[in-house]
Design a protein around this ligand. Structure first.
Ligand code: PGA
Length: 253
């Protein structure tokens, strides 16, 4: 069985390390003794060490929000996979739609990053998803298939078993508009089918596919009831400890 994974993507927030420490500590204390679920926090780079200290001796794991595919050299402003490992990260987000749309990240760059993450032992959380225009024109699955297939080209078989995919419809991110459980389930099942073709049934069955896009305490239970939804990538609601903890503790009450 796939262990549910709930990841908080803090994006460019909170403003200070002091706030990051408080938020991480609240997540740590609200997840003590939690069994059968994984929790990941992805703070801004400069807060990774602060959050790493706050989550020591807890089950909360750390992720970078991005990485560059070279390990060192003249690449001003970039962060490497080994640097993330050194700060305590086990995961890294790759190809978030904000990276693709605002920063022009291509499928080529995404694939290089997934490969580089794998080479240093980081598990990528590969983000894919269609825009509203693409959904309305019936191209959603086509777009997602392309992103998934192209995102995996640099990955070894072993790397595939560490990979997590996050389906995040662009129209649902930060908009308060969530995909319906049916819409999410349909895409998740489609992604699992692609993995079956690219890798094997075994890999497909064990791969976690997260849903992301306006996940809130009020919709997590129904999303997690979908057979192919294995967790959530949470933006806005991960900045409110109570909301994020309710999401982590989905279907418990
Ligand atoms: P949201 O963001 O939960 O604020 O919609 C999700 C994400 O971008 O990962």
């Amino acid at each position: 069985m796939r262990t549910p994974l709930i990841a908080g993507n803090w994006k460019l927030q909170p403003p200070t390390r002091a706030e990051a420490r408080v938020l991480a500590a609240a997540v740590v204390s609200g997840t003590r003794g939690l069994a059968g679920r994984e929790v990941v926090l992805a703070p801004p780079f400069v807060m990774l060490t602060t959050v790493a200290d706050a989550v020591v001796d807890s089950l909360v794991r750390l992720a970078g929000q991005n990485l560059y595919w070279e390990n060192s050299g003249a690449f001003t402003g970039e962060i490497s996979g080994p640097m993330l490992v050194d700060t305590g990260c086990q995961h890294v987000l790759v190809g978030h739609s904000e990276r693709r749309q605002i920063f022009g990240e291509t499928d080529y760059a995404v694939a290089k990053k997934v490969g580089a993450a794998d080479a240093c032992g980081l598990g990528s959380i590969l983000c894919v998803g269609e825009t509203l225009e693409q959904r309305d024109s019936g191209d959603a699955m086509l777009v997602i298939e392309k992103q998934v297939r192209r995102g995996l080209v640099e990955l070894t078989t072993e790397g595939l078993s560490r990979l997590v995919i996050a389906y995040e419809p662009v129209w649902a991110i930060g908009t308060g508009r969530t995909a319906s459980p049916d819409q999410a389930q349909q895409v998740h099942a489609g992604i699992r089918e692609i993995i079956r073709e690219v890798a094997s049934s075994e890999v497909a069955e064990s791969m976690r596919i997260l849903y992301g896009g306006s996940v809130k305490p009020g919709n997590i239970d129904e999303l997690m009831a979908c057979p192919d939804v294995d967790g959530a990538l949470v933006g806005g609601a991960s900045l409110q400890a109570d909301d994020f903890l309710r999401i982590i503790h989905f279907q418990e009450s």
